[in-house]
Design a protein around this ligand. Structure first.
Ligand code: PEP
Ligand code: MG
Length: 325
């Protein structure tokens, strides 16, 4: 298997019916960068910046944040990198950062909520990103956006930092793209307001489904109780894809889902063309892509979306088998 995936490393991800898929990988530490070449990903669709903070004994200073981001961009070269700003708080506690104890950490002041309440922290990180990406492209996105205003405020902080750098005559990125993660279900009903404000979005299915099904993704008693290959989850994804297509907003999927072949097959049949998978999933998903005829699969998927079952995994497996995927 490993040898088979390695042989596909430089093969472009194109489906049997000619649809080009962009296959990216998720990363978070400098060591993950080796995976880019090893698995043949086309870029980093999700760089989890909190990992540097979690392995550090103290708040990483501006220069060490900048150094890491610069190294990531240097290694990626011409391949795109999407940095996600700090996703801490909740269960990801940093011993050196004082935060209140919360009864429900997953529903607490995590991610961009903490960043907006303590803008000094977020601004420092944005400054590091802007500095590291001076003269090249910077793609940055915010986690756990639940309202349009949160995105607006986060984006304003990017503008504030750009203005700060400009006043000091510092070089800025040539191209700046600011996006939102879609991982809070509330946004599903406000995409019309959100999408015009974003340059791109990325669907975080791990959290999106945790919140949709009210099931802690880390709790084994409930984590497997609900299947992402279920009509409600698939319809949510279909809706996001449709809205993004209508508005011409680039969209990717960066949850663990994108790294599993059957789930990734479902995403492609829903119309997604940009996936960011954990490194181990890139090879298996690429092999699936090369054998998929999406035209035929789409008609099958349309029927599954209308199913009254709690899971359509079995039906999707049969469909994939019938189509020799
Ligand atoms: C997600 O929620 O799907 C996601 C990609 O982010 P994380 O797993 O880091 O919460
Ligand atoms: Mg998430």
């Amino acid at each position: 298997r490993e040898a088979e995936f390695a042989a596909l490393r430089d093969t472009p991800a194109v489906t049997l019916d000619g649809q080009r898929i962009t296959l990216l990988t998720n990363a978070g530490l400098a060591v993950d960068l080796e995976n880019l070449d090893a698995v043949g990903a086309e870029g980093i669709g999700l760089f989890r910046t909190e990992f540097q903070f979690m392995v550090s004994d103290e708040l990483p200073r501006l220069d060490s944040q900048t150094a890491l981001y610069r190294r990531v961009l240097d290694t990626a070269g011409r391949r795109p990198v999407t940095f996600r700003t700090l996703d801490i708080g909740g269960d990801k506690v940093l011993p050196y950062l004082e935060t209140e104890r919360e009864e429900n950490p997953a529903l607490g002041r995590r991610a961009v909520r903490l960043g907006l309440d303590r803008p000094g922290l977020l601004r420092l990180q944005l400054r590091a990103l802007l500095t590291a990406a001076a003269g090249r492209e910077l793609r940055v996105m915010f986690p756990m956006i639940a309202t349009v205003d949160e995105f607006r405020h986060a984006r304003e902080l990017v503008d504030v930092e750009c203005a700060w750098a400009r006043r000091r005559g510092r070089a800025l990125p040539d191209l700046l793209r600011v996006g939102a993660m879609i991982e809070c279900p509330s946004l599903l009903w406000h995409l019309d307001a959100l999408l015009p404000l974003t340059d791109f979005v990325s669907v975080g299915t791990n959290d999106l489904f945790q919140y949709m099904f009210a099931a802690d993704r880390t709790n084994p008693l409930v984590a497997d109780r609900y299947d992402p290959l279920s009509p409600p989850a698939l319809r949510a994804l279909a809706e996001i894809q449709r809205r993004c297509a209508d508005t011409g907003t680039p969209v990717s999927v960066c949850g663990e889902l994108a790294g599993r072949p059957l789930e990734a097959f479902a995403l492609l049949t829903l119309g997604f063309t940009r996936l960011s998978a954990p490194a181990g999933g890139v090879g298996p998903v690429k092999r699936m892509i090369l054998s998929a005829d999406l035209g035929a699969a789409r008609r099958g998927m349309a029927n599954l979306l209308g199913s009254s079952s709690a899971s359509v995994r079995g039906e999707l497996e049969s469909l994939a088998r019938k189509l020799n995927v």
